[in-house]
Design a protein around this ligand. Structure first.
Ligand SMILES: [Zn+2]
Length: 446
């Protein structure tokens, strides 16, 4: 199976080839933990979890790392406002973030490195950039010398001169060049700070990911991901530093997901129109929210509105009902395990391997569901066919991370369901109703 990925670095769909056979190294920039995440921030969480699940299904050992930026001016500001420490702010929102991840049924990460635990490596990295002449200390900061990188702008396809035309107004006096960015901020404020060869201060945002990737993966990785809005300046600046340091573009494949906006307007905290991920997870089944995100191709933006999530709820309801009745049918005769049927599954996988064409993959899954419903109606005793259709559906749902909430039956529940089915086929409706009431009373979904 040849997987194809759209590589943001080359703007081309390319054949995917892992660096190490059977292994995937993947890094996705995580949150700055000073607030909850909104639905737009949740998109990469869900999408890259699906990427993880897909490679895992294909038999890869996936090492998926995502960082926490746990020190930043916004965290310091929040700590001041709430009169608590920066650590407390960070802990609160790291917990909240991980709760959202597990709320979305995401697989665990391989690692979640934090800036505050990586400071010595970060200062050492910056020192090396200074020693190599790629960075300089001037005034209150250490800056990266962007002009020294011949290929600066390769990811976001921007010419340095165009970039500078826009940023000229905001140029500080101390920078050599308007595009230079901060690696280390010297400060004497009350916020958390660390000693370094350059003086007391805090790291800028763009160095941590380079350092963490080197720390954990020891070199070039397969996939670096994140939201589209991270392309510039964050990812561009990550690449710039690594080009100087290791003549590397960090990852062989750069994957960027598109945004989720409110229909017709930009979602932003300052506009006060934010749809929080935790609120959606509280209000709707997580599967419906995941489905809403994954039903769109990851490179297409989503215009969020309430009807969209409500439609996804209806979709999920249909899927889970069909699944449940199939599951119960097979459970009663103990044939829940079977070999997956080939046709639907291979079509599904082919679409997933085509740069994660989830809209087409969903179409295949809906075709399978239709087939299941038809087969169930035609002959619910055709266990061989039904069990292999179910096995295929299980794999698809697992890759999408949409796990139906089905509780296996207890012995008593099983007996009752069998008795109810028998009563119905014998047209003993009075008994069937009685049994049905009992089953419902026990809280058994069927
Ligand atoms: Zn990053």
């Amino acid at each position: 199976m040849q997987i194809k990925l759209y590589n943001s670095l080359t703007n081309k769909v390319e054949d995917f080839k892992p660096i190490k056979e059977g292994e995937i190294s993947m890094y996705v920039c995580g949150p700055t933990v000073y607030n909850d995440i909104h639905i737009g921030n949740a998109r990469p969480v869900v999408f890259f979890d699906m990427v993880h699940r897909f490679f895992k299904f294909l038999g890869y050992d996936v090492k998926y790392v995502s960082n926490f930026t746990d020190i930043d001016d916004k965290i310091i500001k929040k700590a001041k406002e709430l009169n608590i420490t920066e650590e407390e702010v960070a802990e609160t929102y790291i917990d909240a973030y991980l709760k959202v991840c597990s709320g979305f049924n995401c697989l665990p990460y391989f690692a979640n490195p934090r800036v505050t635990k990586t400071i010595p490596q970060i200062t050492e990295y910056i020192k090396k950039l200074v020693d190599l002449g790629y960075a300089y200390q001037q005034g209150d900061n250490v800056y990266f010398r962007v002009r020294k990188v011949p290929k600066y702008g390769i990811l976001s396809n921007q010419q340095l001169d165009n970039l500078e035309a826009g940023s000229r107004i905001t140029v500080g006096l101390e920078k050599e060049d308007p595009s230079d960015f901060v690696l280390w901020k010297l400060t004497s404020d009350e916020g958390k700070k660390w000693d370094s060869p350059f003086g007391m201060g805090r790291p800028g945002w763009h160095t941590e990911c380079c350092v963490m990737i080197n720390d954990i993966f020891k070199g070039q990785i397969d996939i670096h991901g994140g939201g589209n809005d991270l392309k510039f300046p964050h990812h561009e600046n990550e690449i710039a530093q690594e080009m100087c340091m290791h003549d590397s573009t960090i990852a062989n494949y750069w994957l960027h997901n598109a945004r989720i906006d409110l229909a017709g307007e930009k979602m932003s905290k300052s506009l006060g129109n934010v749809v929080w991920a935790k609120d959606l997870l509280e209000k709707y089944p997580y599967q419906a929210v995941r489905l809403m995100i994954l039903n769109n191709h990851y490179r297409q933006s989503i215009a969020y509105k309430d009807e969209l999530i409500e439609r996804s709820c209806t979709e999920w309801d249909k899927i889970s009902r069909a699944y449940l009745s199939l599951y119960r049918e097979l459970e009663l005769c103990d044939i829940l395990e079977a070999k997956p049927e080939e046709k639907y599954l291979s079509e599904f996988i082919t679409n997933m391997a085509d740069d994660f064409n989830t809209p087409n993959a969903f179409t295949v899954m809906y075709g399978l569901l239709k087939d299941i419903n038809t087969s169930m109606r035609a002959n619910p005793k055709n266990y061989e066919v039904l069990s292999s259709l179910k096995a295929s559906l299980d794999i698809m749902l697992d890759i999408l991370g949409l796990i139906p909430d089905v509780e296996p039956l207890t012995a008593e529940g099983k007996e009752l369901l069998i008795a109810w089915k028998n009563a119905r086929s014998e047209k003993n409706f009075a008994l069937a109703d009685e049994l049905r009431a009992k089953i419902t009373e026990l809280g058994i979904k069927f």
